[in-house]
Design a binder for this molecule. Structure first.
Ligand code: ZN
Length: 116
């Protein structure tokens, strides 16, 4: 069996190695104060850099901007009448129609400038 490398005093991410526990396990203290025995392979490879509660905290921090992300802007509903393309909202103003009124006229093909 290979002689374990002495990691005591080293830091891996948030972990500070306190002492060797045997069988390739090291007692480590997280920056938050949590103590845990960690397999040296996981420590050296960077598989673990902090305790569970710290990992949960940093995950929360990461997730936060995601929830604050702006909603994708819906493509505006445009309508073309007599070769003019305007947002439906504007056509509503022009024809003095409610949204439902405008939709009704579109549906029944009654929306013509000459017809007003
Ligand atoms: Zn921690």
């Amino acid at each position: 069996m290979a002689k374990p490398i002495n990691h005591a005093g080293k830091t891996f991410g948030n972990w500070t190695v306190i002492e060797y526990l045997g069988k390739q396990y090291w007692l480590c203290r997280c920056s938050c104060g949590n103590m845990k025995s960690i397999y040296s392979g996981n420590l050296v490879s960077g598989n673990t850099t902090q305790c569970r509660s710290c990992a949960a905290k940093s995950k929360k921090r990461k997730d936060k901007p995601r929830t604050n992300r702006r909603k994708p802007i819906k493509p505006r509903a445009f309508l073309t009448i007599d070769g003019e393309t305007k947002p439906k909202r504007e056509w509503q103003k022009i024809f003095r129609l409610s949204r439902q009124g405008l939709e009704y006229r579109i549906k029944h093909n009654k929306l013509l400038k000459s017809g007003l």
